[in-house]
Design a protein around this ligand. Sequence first.
Ligand SMILES: [Zn+2]
Length: 115
Amino acid sequence: MPTCTSCNHILPPEAFIYKNKSYKTCAKCKTSRAKKKNSEKAADTNSEKASIEIITIDEISDYISNMLDGLEYDTALFSTFYIKLDKIILNAVGVDVRVMAKLIIDEIEEGDDFK
Ligand SMILES: [Zn+2]
């Protein structure tokens, strides 16, 4: 009797038939592999759905207030976003992280919802 190349079980030949084809891996292993593949695929699509938003600096205020709008008591706030930097901002900021942070804070403080 053949041995499964995956689980090393000695099984009757009919155990190696998967989707009408004969394999060196038993049908059980084939099935669990297919399942694993599918769940990996599903995880991929989920992460695609939870896509990271890219916003510009002047959208930060709106973005954050929208985010706060949906908040309920005792829930965790989770958000991921990238800030799109255009040439003007990049030139203004240079490599100084503090300038960048100040720019963001200024923009948030200018937002109507924070007055
Ligand atoms: Zn097997």
